[in-house]
Write a new protein. Structure first.
Length: 259
């Protein structure tokens, strides 16, 4: 039986020093949604349509900019406008995983100029703290935030508990920039870290390529994560808006009943 009381998002916001974590915890609580949409579509039109239609229901829209076949900088400007209109943050799921100097270029330059439009990005801790330093050089002055991948949802991944704990130690060295983790469960007792969990659907299961799904209740209530990330559970539904509302409700109910 759990003896500790779960703190609310509002209480957690007050305990954060990281500005992005503060902003996001406040957003969760004010908008009453802990649902992140994984907008894994391949055209800018489809991305912007989803952002406009589902934007009111979500706290975060997660992109994979490199799967868009018709990327333009203009589309990212439109996305920013929709993020302001509907009050959600943009998270580019780039999973940086190289030496600091390289990731800095990948983050701020190239075709995508990710640092110009993504509030949040993520990185693997595998290369060591240099990956964070490199990203921080491009992101901190723009008041961006970073999530580290502390665990993955895919079967057979090589992350073990030692790697997860070392990832936490690495995050602790960059409190201004790292706001939390991509993980399947809470990994530390400090209340200021924010957790986002992918691999979520309304029923537990898997896909044909190793993805493993847990329910919103398992992610939020049992595993003490903060935000559920949902892609195909919504995108492949007959009516994505109806389905989004179901995930929003399930995520929020799980949070409320854990308090
Ligand atoms: O461990 C992970 C980390 C991430 S960020 N497992 C994941 O599935 N993801 C991402 O979450 C993945 O890249 C995809 O964009 C999304 C899950 O999509 P779904 O369609 O399986 O819900």
């Amino acid at each position: 039986m759990k003896t500790h009381k779960r703190l609310s998002y509002t209480e957690r916001a007050a305990l954060c020093t990281n500005r992005m974590a503060q902003q996001l915890f406040s957003l969760l609580s004010e908008k009453e949604t802990n649902l992140a949409l994984s907008a894994d579509v391949t055209s800018c039109g489809a991305l912007l349509e989803l952002a406009d239609k589902l934007g009111p229901e979500i706290c975060i829209l997660k992109t994979h900019v490199d799967i868009l076949t018709d990327f333009t900088v203009g589309a990212t400007q439109e996305l920013i406008k929709l993020a302001r209109k509907h009050q959600f943050l943009i998270f580019e799921d780039r999973k940086f995983a190289d030496i600091g100097n390289t990731v800095k270029h990948q983050y701020q330059g190239g075709i995508y100029h990710i640092a110009d439009w993504a509030d949040i990005v993520n990185a693997h801790s595998l290369p060591g703290p240099g990956v964070i330093s490199g990203l921080a050089e491009a992101g901190l002055s723009k008041q961006r935030g970073l999530l580290l991948l502390a665990e993955m949802s895919s079967a057979g991944n090589l992350i073990n508990s030692d790697y997860t704990q070392k990832t936490l130690r690495m995050a602790e060295q960059f409190p201004e920039f790292v706001l939390g983790f991509i993980a399947q469960k809470k990994i530390a007792n400090d209340p200021w870290w924010l957790y986002m969990t992918p691999g979520v659907q309304l029923t537990e299961g898997k896909d044909t390529l190793g993805q493993h799904y847990v329910t919103p209740a398992r992610a939020i209530q049992e595993n003490e994560s903060d935000i559920i990330i949902v892609g195909r559970g919504i995108l492949q539904a007959k009516d994505p808006l109806v389905e989004t509302k179901k995930y929003r409700q399930a995520g929020w109910d799980s949070y409320r009943s854990a308090l």
